[in-house]
Design a protein around this ligand. Structure first.
Ligand code: ARG
Length: 578
């Protein structure tokens, strides 16, 4: 672990506690390593708090009441002059530590000297795969894919902050009946008709209508699945043009979002390995052929519904190809874990696939993790009706930009080019933030109009806070921040701001650990709010002394750095002006 000052403070508090416990209750054994310290919300009560007295009294009833024990512990603690705490207090059985000016100063020194403050190293030398977005060839990206794309990108960034080598991957799904129907449409209506994704949509609708009246076409579609799987050259040629047309809007969306992948794979490349794994499963008695001729993964003994892994005509399914994908990636990357980010509708699918790989005793089976997220709704009806039933990702992003442009134009005069750049940044950021600030498992409903607002818990508010911090330097003509002055008396709001800055490394590592970008949102919002409180209470450019001005400029700069870094984890960029 990187020994940030915040971590050192915890270690120091733990050491002081264990030493005091040895004196006060020598018959009980406590280790520094296991000593947990909680952050205190109400700063009047302290900064870090321990409930070890409750634990001690629980272990030895004869000690009586934790209130007394806390008092005797505190009276035996001696703080040195350069300690990271200025005082320790007993309160209702808790032992509360208050940060010293040494602590605050050291945090600021650390921040000033660290180009990537907050970065951890728990993921060093480990490769992880984060798979997200994964749209379907031949179909538009809908609002459900928005959540996967935004969440997955942020998770990939979060893991990178912990030192992992992250491979972000997009698993494009094209094998199967859906695409086969499109191929059939291409056969019926001609390849030259599919220049854009709208043409694909039209073909899709048309072939569906035709299949209703001509059920025998279903058979031909199935034959095309076989053709795709056996590598029939003509079928593959059509597939390639469908694929190329279909990927265009995906690329546009990723560009709008500013999201890139380290790898893009197509599920049709996993057909043959999938079939091999099916044979292996049958051989190992993990799967069986059922009466209809399908091969079924035998999961009922494991408490899950059985899973079909091969059709009776020998073609593969979504499940088959997922077995192979996990295997191939492990061969290629030896991942520490592989995370799949999809809608929670697929929870069962992944449980089944993982269970089957476990039953096959694959060494990577326990390294597979799935994050299933809730539904997402938009309150604006307009977008959902423009192109039929599905809400298209691109429409959402464009509409967010339009709304943002209105907000921007209301505020100040910009050249059209400037306004457009700000609206782009704010619009995209607003959508991302609306998705990320909610716990993945929960459903989201949001109004784009509210999402782009400049006040409240929004992306624009956070972006604006950074721009405001930068403006302070511009306004004061400060090109270089003066050296950090030695310990000054501090305003409460200054202390709170530094304490919050110091917790950033912990916030990042905890968020990565629990796969929770929303925790980074919560942190960013409280940092921005605290910055505002500080700024209202403590004049910076008009500070009472040069020293105090220098000190506060450091605070402003540090806030800017940390907030910018937190937004970067969320995939949010900050415009120069707004
Ligand atoms: N294409 C699928 C969909 O849109 C998601 C794929 C998820 N990844 C996977 N390895 N199965 O629902």
């Amino acid at each position: 672990m990187v020994p940030y000052v915040s971590l050192q403070a915890r270690t120091q508090a733990a050491r002081l506690l264990v030493r005091a416990l040895k004196k006060t209750v020598p018959h009980l054994d406590f280790s520094e390593k296991k000593m947990r310290l909680q952050d205190v919300r109400d700063k009047r009560l302290g900064d870090l708090s321990s409930n070890v007295c409750f634990e001690a009294c629980g272990r030895d009833r004869s000690l009586g009441n934790p209130i007394q024990l806390a008092e005797s512990l505190v009276s035996s603690i001696r703080l040195s002059n350069d300690a990271l705490f200025e005082k320790v207090e007993a309160a209702n059985g808790y032992v509360n530590f208050f940060f010293s000016s040494t602590f605050y100063n050291r945090v600021l020194i650390e921040l000033a000297g660290h180009s990537s403050y907050g970065i951890g190293d728990s993921g060093k030398k480990k490769t992880v795969i984060v798979e997200f977005s994964s749209p379907n060839i031949g179909k538009p990206m809908h609002i459900g894919h928005i959540r996967s794309t935004i969440l997955g990108d942020s998770l990939a960034r979060l893991y990178r902050t912990q030192g992992y080598r992250v491979i972000s991957t997009n698993y494009l799904c094209e094998a199967g009946l859906q695409t086969a129907k499109l191929l059939l449409a291409v056969k019926q209506f001609g390849r030259e008709g599919i220049l854009t994704e709208n043409d694909l949509l039209k073909y899709y609708v048309k072939i569906h209508a035709e299949m209703e009246t001509h059920p025998e076409l279903e058979k031909r579609a199935r034959a095309l699945v076989e053709g795709m799987e056996s590598g029939d050259a003509l079928v593959l040629k059509d597939l390639k043009s469908v694929r190329d047309t279909s990927c265009l809007p995906f690329e546009r969306n990723y560009q709008l979002l500013g999201i890139t992948f380290d790898e893009q794979v197509f599920d049709s490349d996993f057909v043959s390995e999938g079939k091999k794994l099916v044979s292996e499963a049958v051989k190992k008695n993990v799967a069986f052929k059922d009466t209809g001729g399908e091969i079924v993964g035998n999961l009922e003994p494991l408490g899950l519904p059985n899973l079909v892994i091969l059709r009776s005509n020998g073609t593969t399914l979504y499940s088959t190809r997922d077995l192979a994908l996990a295997a191939r990636d492990y061969r290629k990357y030896k991942y520490a874990f592989r995370l799949y980010v999809t809608a929670s509708e697929q929870n069962l699918h992944f449980q089944q696939v993982f269970a089957l790989l476990l039953a096959l005793k694959k060494p990577f089976a326990d390294r597979l993790m799935h994050l299933g997220f809730g539904l997402i709704f938009l309150e604006e009806g307009r977008i959902s009706t423009r192109k039929g039933h599905v809400v298209l990702l691109e429409d959402v992003l464009q509409t967010a930009k339009e709304y943002a442009l209105k907000e921007v134009q209301q505020r100040q005069r910009y050249t059209p080019k400037e306004a457009e750049a700000i609206a782009h940044s704010v619009g995209i950021a607003s959508v991302k933030y609306s998705v990320l600030k909610v716990t993945a498992e929960k459903d989201i409903t949001f109004r784009l109009k509210d999402a782009v607002r400049f006040d409240g818990n929004t992306a624009a508010y956070l972006q604006y806070t950074i721009v405001r911090a930068k403006n302070i330097f511009r306004k004061g003509n400060v090109s270089e921040i003066p050296a950090l002055p030695k310990a000054l008396p501090m305003h409460d709001q200054e202390k709170r701001l530094i304490a919050l800055l110091s917790s950033y490394p912990d916030v990042l590592s905890a968020a990565a650990h629990s796969r929770a970008p929303h925790a980074v949102c919560t942190y960013a919002f409280s940092l921005a709010t605290q910055f505002s409180l500080f700024y209202d209470a403590c004049p910076v450019l008009k500070a009472e002394s040069e020293e105090s001005k220098a000190f506060r400029l450091h605070l402003v700069k540090s806030t800017e750095t940390v907030l910018e870094s937190a937004l970067d984890v969320l995939g949010i960029t900050v415009p120069e002006r707004m």
